[in-house]
Design a protein around this ligand. Structure first.
Ligand code: GLP
Length: 242
């Protein structure tokens, strides 16, 4: 695992965007695993800027997102489908047919099987990740098996609170209690992994990821065991590291 500490969120975002842009330039057919949340927004912003200025093309790129809330239609403003269109897909030349996000409206068991089958056929060249304040990756909450594949999860109270503040105007009632997420084994099935974290509220999780024990109680800690992982933090997120 490699650790990159940048001065602030903007610089961390620029670093991640440049990394992804270089990958796409080298391999125009790249398969990307993408993430939602506030953390990757800056990365997407710089990818869009580069697409507009330098013409980096995503025509032959395909994408597989980590997760989606159960019960939200694609066009629901808080759905991850909507998020991805608003923050990236609609602003680059990607073929929307090559973008994939789990379907939160289908029968969850069926969708878990279908998305697992899809992922098993499309190995990712890069997986972008954020991290929850409790150490979750995707929606793999503490206690999830490192061997897990796509599954339905009941979100922890802390995740519902965090996501209510960030995306649902603080309205906890509005946050769905279930989601479909890639499992940890699916996340690890990528040539490389880039995790971006910023701000004080991520410092404990980053400390546990980097310096703590490898345990299923801290889902992101599995990343410690891999050489192909880069953790990109700003100073605040890195502030508790030894
Ligand atoms: C959600 C997403 C995760 C994301 C996490 C952190 O739970 N499912 O993929 O990493 O939030 O979000 P943020 O980047 O907004 O802090």
């Amino acid at each position: 695992m490699k650790l990159v500490i940048k001065e602030n969120y903007d610089e961390a975002s620029r670093y991640c965007a440049e990394h992804i842009i270089n990958l796409v330039k080298e391999n125009p057919n790249a398969v990307l695993g993408l993430a939602t949340g506030t953390s990757p927004v800056g990365t997407y912003k710089y990818m869009i800027q580069d697409h507009e200025k330098n013409g980096t093309s995503y025509k032959n790129v395909s994408t597989y997102n980590l997760d989606e809330y159960c019960g939200l239609e694609d066009d629901h403003p808080q759905s991850y489908h909507y998020f991805m269109k608003a923050h990236l897909f609609d602003a680059i030349d990607i073929d929307q047919a090559n973008t994939h996000v789990p379907d939160g409206t289908k029968d969850p068991d069926e969708e878990c099987q279908d998305y697992t089958a899809l992922l098993s056929k499309h190995h990712r060249n890069l997986q972008l990740l954020g991290i929850g304040s409790n150490g979750h990756i995707g929606f793999n909450e503490p206690g999830t098996s490192f061997d897990s594949h796509v599954h339905k999860v009941a979100l922890k109270e802390s995740t519902i609170k965090d996501n209510a503040i960030l995306f649902f105007n603080g309205d906890e009632e509005a946050v769905p209690h279930y989601a479909i997420t890639m499992g940890i084994a699916d996340i690890l099935d990528s040539d490389e992994i880039l995790l971006i974290a910023s701000g004080k509220r991520k410092a404990k999780a980053i400390y546990a990821l980097v310096n703590g024990p490898v345990t299923e109680d801290m889902p992101a800690s599995i990343l410690q065991t891999r050489d192909n992982v880069t953790i990109v933090c700003d100073r605040e997120a890195a502030s508790l590291l030894k």
